[in-house]
Structure formats: C-alpha cells, structure tokens
Design a protein around this ligand. Structure first.
Ligand code: GDP
Length: 297
C-alpha cells in the first residue's frame, strides 16, 4: 500500500503548526481546510470527511490543545486517533459457529478478487489454526470460475466441492455443506458468482444461498482501487445481504486510500481483512490503528 499523496498532504498540513507554542483558531482552521482537501483528494466519502474534520476541530478546540504543551503534537495525536476511529477502532475477527463447520459466504463483483480471497483465507485458516476448510464452487455462470477455484485449491492443498454448472447454486451450497459435515471440515468457504455490476438476479441468488445455509460470516470482497465506487458497491450489497464484514483487496495497488477510510463509516461494517498482493499469502487482518499510523507516515 502506498497512500503517498495522502500521507504527504496530511504531513504538510500539520507541519506548519510545528514549533508554534500556541495555535490560533485561524491556524487551526487553515490546517483543517488542508486536511479536508487531502482527504477529498484521496477519494474519501465527503460526509465522512465532513464528520472527521468537525470532530478533530471540536476536540482540538475543546481540550485546550491550542494553548497547551506541544499543540501540534497533540493535533497529530487527535488526527491519528480519529483516523483509527473512522476505520473502526479495533481489528474484528471472523465469526465462528458454535459447532463446526463455520460457514463463510464470499460475495462481491466480478474481478474484485473473490476467488483469490477464498484461497487466501483458506490458507490463512489452515496455517494459523490448523483448520481443514472445504471450498465450494458456487459460481455456475462462468465455467472458468470452477476451474480457477480448483487451481487455487490445488495450490494450497485444500479440497474443492463442485457440481458443475448445471445445478442451482442453492443446491450446490447445501450439498457442499452436507459434504463438509460428513467430512468434519471445520470451515466451508462458498465462492459465489459475481457480476460486473449489482443486479437483481445476482442479489436474489445470494439472498437465497444465505437463507439456505445461514452463513456465520458473509464477507463482501471489494476492490480498493475503485475508490468511491467501492463504497457504493458495499452499500448495495449490504442493503440486501446484511454482510458481516468486508475484505478490501488490491490495497497494494491503491494509491489513494478513499475506500479504506470510508467503508466502515458509511456502511457500519468492519473491514476484517485486506488483500495486499496476488500471492496466496497476501492477506492480512485489518488493524485500524496500524493503518492510521501508516497513513500518517
Ligand atoms: P473474482 O472475479 O472476484 O473472483 O476475482 P479474482 O479472484 O479472479 O481476482 C481478479 C484479479 O485480481 C486476479 O488477477 C487476482 O490475482 C487479482 N487480485 C486479487 N486480490 C488481489 C490483491 O489483493 N492485490 C492484487 N494486486 N491483485 C489481486
């Protein structure tokens, strides 16, 4: 990840305050204006920006920061804390079923990185928890999708359940789950179909799968590089599916950072993981505080 533009602009905005024994309200206002522009340029949702700027400004004014010791350092600290809060405060782990298998349903638009993320997550569970996941190939619209998941499964040595492309995805999900119960898999990860854009048919199908298998976790896979579109997509999926978490992919190629900073605040849903590369090991738990530090540089 490299939000260089945002980091540089935020640093510049706050550097001007450095060394000042006391910060006037006008100084603060000018700084907040620059911070606002930096965030907007990074493609952060404008309502999120407005709320963020207001909170930072109120806190700076309210706590006598402007006249206290090292006011500029204190403002940096407030910005850091509020960035962290905007992104959700704390890392949120996967929901787990009281009884195995934990059912994870992956959703998202085509090309967002869903299938890749299914593999990455399975490998992570395998490596970190000694888990035995089963992957379910539930995208019946693109024959290549099943093959792609099988390739991923072979790569990480995790079994893939498939029934070809002529069976109803709801039935495939049910049968896959049955197989996992028989084989005592502790996780099932369902790779659902994606489309180029949200449409009713896709949403109905996902809703039907959800109702049929009652996933413990519905993860929405979102391409960070699509900025504000990512946020709109997240809202669209969440409205129908009530997702339990977001995986933000391609953060390694995202130069702006708008999606990372907006999604939690706009949807209220936590970013649980971030994809930071094409390799199977490139999936990390999302830590809002670490991300805030990275953004501030
Ligand atoms: P799907 O259509 O949503 O299943 O998407 P795929 O899993 O096929 O991924 C689409 C493309 O994005 C592939 O070329 C992946 O290698 C790539 N990709 C997925 N996640 C990441 C990521 O975190 N970083 C980068 N750089 N590429 C990714």
């Amino acid at each position: 990840m490299a939000f260089e533009g945002l980091t540089e602009r935020l640093q510049n905005a706050m550097r001007k305050l450095r060394g000042k024994g006391k910060i006037s309200e006008a100084d603060l206002r000018a700084t907040m204006r620059e911070i606002r522009l930096a965030l907007l340029e990074a493609d952060v949702n404008f309502q999120v920006v407005r709320q963020f700027v207001k909170t930072v400004e109120d806190r700076a004014k309210g706590s006598k920061v402007l006249e206290g010791l090292n006011p500029s350092q204190q403002i940096v600290k407030i910005v850091d804390e509020e960035l962290t809060k905007t992104m959700g405060e704390e890392a949120v782990g996967l929901n787990k079923a009281p009884k195995i298998p934990t059912i994870i349903m992956m959703s998202g638009l085509q090309g967002a990185g869903k299938t890749t993320t299914v593999g990455k997550l399975a490998l992570k569970l395998k490596n970190e928890q000694n888990a035995r996941p089963l992957l379910i190939a539930d995208d019946v619209y693109r024959p290549a999708a099943i093959e792609q998941l099988q390739t991923v499964g072979q790569q990480i040595d995790v079994p893939v359940f498939e029934m070809g492309t002529d069976v109803d995805p709801v039935e495939i999900a049910k049968q896959g789950l049955k197989k996992a119960q028989e084989d005592h898999n502790d996780y099932v990860i369902i790779d659902t179909a994606g489309r180029l854009q949200i449409d009713e048919k896709l949403m109905d199908e996902l809703k039907n799968i959800k109702e049929a298998v009652h996933p413990n976790e519905i993860l929405l896979v979102i391409d960070a590089m699509t900025g504000q579109n990512a946020v709109a997509t997240a809202e669209g999926f969440d409205k129908t599916l009530d997702v339990t978490g977001v995986v933000l992919t391609k953060l390694d190629g995202d130069t702006r950072g708008g999606a990372a900073l907006s999604i939690r605040a706009v949807t209220g849903k936590p970013i649980k993981f971030v994809g930071q590369g094409e390799k199977m090991t490139d999936l990390d738990v999302f830590h809002p505080d670490r991300m805030a530090s990275r953004i501030l540089g």
